[in-house]
Design a protein around this ligand. Structure first.
Ligand code: AMP
Length: 249
């Protein structure tokens, strides 16, 4: 069974992002970029399926600029066997990514696609669902446990107030939640090995996909700055302020 894992290059989760002065977006010049954390979980899960002998090959895919190659190399250092970069410098929105992934799924014929539940830059939470719709495949989003056997995936999802377990006929789409697993640290020998693994580059035109944005960002702004707090002398002063200033009690 082949598993395909799409990985996105995003601003590292430790970076405090800044909005550009013209409010057209977030400044990513000279900012540390990393693999989207949910995608790391997806690569880890696919690698574990391969280690268990359930999957035969793990292929990672990234859509975006040439630097996404670094993200793909990291995925191969975790355990993926080979990588494909759908290279473009155009801004990619979830529908465009889903169309690129659909074309790659048709080419690669995986039985399972594991995506992150969302990319931490745009927080869209759309690509997996759109891909499932375009392919007309079953989907289980926000997975906290995945088991694959007998042509079926059994997926546990965290829902409000409990757990839901779904059974999906393969081929299927799964998106990862935070608690699915804890990705391993990549070791230096594996980073070196990953450099020798195959990385193929294709262009959206080669896949027959039009990636033009369908949505226009009107404005991006910082959240309002929080006002400084004040210290009160005692409980009576606090209650007085809550009653007469904040008017919450
Ligand atoms: P989103 O719908 O943008 O929140 O992203 C959900 C998931 O789709 C991510 O966790 C990735 O697995 C995948 N994805 C989104 N954008 C890309 C991209 N440019 N390249 C590869 N995978 C992507």
């Amino acid at each position: 069974m082949k598993v395909l894992v799409p990985v996105k290059r995003v601003v590292d989760y430790n970076v405090k992002v800044r909005v550009k002065s013209d409010q057209t977006g977030v400044d990513i010049a000279n900012v540390k970029m990393s693999m989207n954390p949910f995608d790391e979980i997806a690569v880890e899960e696919a690698t574990r399926l391969k280690e268990k002998g359930v999957a035969s090959e793990v292929v990672v895919v990234s859509c975006g600029v040439a630097q996404c190659q670094e993200t793909l190399r990291t995925a191969m250092a975790i355990g993926a066997d080979r990588a494909i970069l759908a290279e473009t410098s155009e801004e990619l929105q979830p529908l465009a990514v889903a169309k690129l992934l659909k074309a790659l799924v048709e080419k690669e014929q995986p039985q399972l696609v594991i995506l992150g539940k969302q990319a931490i830059d745009d927080d869209a939470n759309q690509t997996g669902q759109m891909l499932a719709a375009l392919l007309d495949w079953p989907q289980a989003t926000f997975a906290s446990k995945v088991e694959v056997a007998d042509g079926k995936a059994t997926v546990t999802r965290e829902v409000d107030g409990g757990l839901e377990t779904l059974s999906l006929a393969l081929p299927a789409i799964v998106t990862t939640d935070l608690r699915l697993n804890e990705p391993r640290y990549v070791t230096l020998p594996n980073i070196m090995k990953a450099k020798k693994k195959p990385l193929e580059t294709v262009k959206p035109e080669d896949l027959g996909v039009d990636v033009k944005p369908r949505l226009k960002t009107l404005k991006v702004s910082e959240p309002p700055a929080r006002k400084a707090g004040v210290k009160v002398a005692d409980v009576a002063a606090l209650v007085d302020k809550l009653k007469n200033e904040a008017k919450v009690v």
